[in-house]
Ligand binder design. Structure first.
Ligand code: GDP
Ligand code: MG
Length: 458
């Protein structure tokens, strides 16, 4: 049976503060039920897992606090694996805080960020990938991250990692079998079979790692930078895509001097849209700063919307700069399409990933952009079935990369006739790295780093 990870009893408000119909105060630890008893003197404790309406009072003053819906859980059948009490109280600024204070006065300790989930992990309720998925779910603003996190929560990634680990164990067994018959010409397992099996694992690790860059962008949001001459229509397009009037739109060139950033979802994928000052040769000091900011943003862009007024041609300086930022994909946007005479593009499409005519007046092209951008940035993840595991964190990717490196080193060692016993140390190192992915082995610092990202009460 899982044991309590820390021993003491923690409490926190598990819901966000502020006006709301309901909120939840959570308790976990051996004293969770006695803490509840201190807030409900003289009342029989509710049966486990049966939501029960209870009047709560301040354990010190006896003042009534709230009428709440309380659910108790017995260890180990709870989220954390410990005794748990969930108090569904009225929401708002005050009530949840008062209920929490009462729990603290009754002997609970204020929980640290992610401490409930950390206990769940330590008690074997979740592995580390699932714990990270819990945090991703709370952060998700679009279906992309939601799907990846749900897949991880349902052990999609964990099972894939477990399967890879079994394959490595099988490689080890094949190798042992091969080594058992060193004298015979016809060993029962030829060395090539061992190598082929290991190379297969490298390939499967590569496939998993291929999801990592896009998986991380799912959490961070892909940076889309609007670039182009002042007055090209960047701020107008920014506003149209953001859906609110945030950037200043004027007829006077050079008015957006700083960069504005907004989070938007397109096709269920998260983007950080950045409006900049534009790329012409600056006239004043302030504008020069703006152009500098634009260049800095361009350097970190995942995709660039290069805006050029339809009918005019892009200026040479901007083109030169865009050449320098390759391999970032550049979408050529012909703005103000409503003003331009219809007709085919005249100049060359100089290496643009896509080209779209847009008007914020008629809304033409906006939907196309919203389809193109997810495809350009989240290529592999668009239309991917939810049961393909996605690596969403640096931590996961680093451990998988370490495993890949070790298996590749094993293959190479066999190829260069390093004694098999020596080569096989790489296999064990790879297995260890895979165990780190799901947190079967985890140092305290690793756990601290994972759980400090959580909010209190999770
Ligand atoms: N007719 C028309 N005018 C536009 C369109 N987009 C922008 N404009 C106008 O072009 C001018 C410059 O736009 P703005 O977004 O400030 O350009 P920026 O300097 O690149 O940010 C403003 O007067 C806008 O109203 C469009 O799609 N159609
Ligand atoms: Mg502007």
């Amino acid at each position: 049976m899982p044991v309590s990870a820390q021993g003491d009893t923690i409490a926190a408000v598990a819901t966000a503060p502020g006006p709301a119909a309901v909120a939840m105060v959570r308790l976990s630890g051996p004293e969770a039920w006695s803490v509840l008893a201190a807030l409900t003197p003289g009342v029989t404790p509710p049966q486990a897992r049966r939501a029960t309406v209870m009047d709560l009072e301040d354990p010190v003053s006896g003042e009534p606090l709230d009428r709440a819906l309380v659910t108790c859980y017995e260890a180990p059948d709870s989220y954390t694996g410990e005794r748990v009490v969930e108090v569904g109280c009225h929401g708002g600024w005050l009530v949840p805080a008062l209920v929490l204070d009462a729990c603290l006065a009754a002997g609970a300790r204020r929980a640290e960020a992610g401490e409930f989930t950390r206990r769940a992990y330590l008690n074997g309720k979740l592995d580390l990938v699932q714990a990270e998925a819990v945090a991703d779910l709370a952060e998700a603003r679009g279906r992309g991250l939601h799907r990846a996190a749900m897949g991880q929560l349902e052990r999609g990634l964990s099972e894939r990692v477990a399967a890879l680990r079994s394959s490595l164990v099988r490689v080890e067994a094949l190798l042992a079998h091969h080594l058992d018959f060193p004298e015979e010409d016809d060993a029962p397992v030829p060395l090539e079979d061992v190598t082929a099996e290991a190379a297969g694992v490298v390939g499967r690790l590569d496939a998993l790692l291929a999801t990592a860059p896009e998986g991380e962008l799912l959490r961070e949001g892909a940076v889309v930078v609007l670039a182009g001459r002042p007055n090209a229509g960047k701020s107008s397009l920014y506003n149209a895509l953001v859906g609110e009037e945030r950037a200043i739109v004027t007829e006077e060139p050079g008015t957006t001097r700083d960069a504005l950033e907004a989070r938007v979802q397109m096709g269920g994928f998260p983007f950080r849209l950045v409006d900049t000052a534009g790329l012409r040769v600056p006239e004043g000091r302030v504008e020069r700063l703006g152009v500098e900011v634009a260049r800095r943003y361009l350097a970190r862009a995942d995709v660039i919307l290069f805006c050029v007024e339809a009918g005019s041609s892009p200026d040479a300086a901007a083109m030169e700069f865009l050449d320098a930022v390759t391999p970032t994909p550049v979408v050529r946007v012909d703005t103000k399409a409503d003003l331009a005479a219809a007709g085919p593009h005249t100049e060359e499409d100089a290496g643009y990933a896509e080209r779209v005519a847009v008007s914020v007046v008629t809304a033409v092209g906006l939907e196309t952009l919203r389809t193109i951008l997810p495809r350009l940035v989240f290529k592999g993840l668009v239309g991917v079935s939810p049961d393909v595991p996605v690596v969403t964190r640096r931590r996961q990717a680093r451990a998988l990369e370490a495993a890949r490196g070790e298996v590749a080193a094993f293959v190479e060692a066999l190829r260069t006739q390093v004694p098999a016993e020596v080569a096989s140390t790489h296999l064990r190192a790879a297995e260890t790295a895979l165990e780190e992915v799901v947190g079967a082995i985890a140092e305290d610092e690793v756990l601290d780093a994972v759980f400090k990202e959580f909010c209190i009460g999770k």
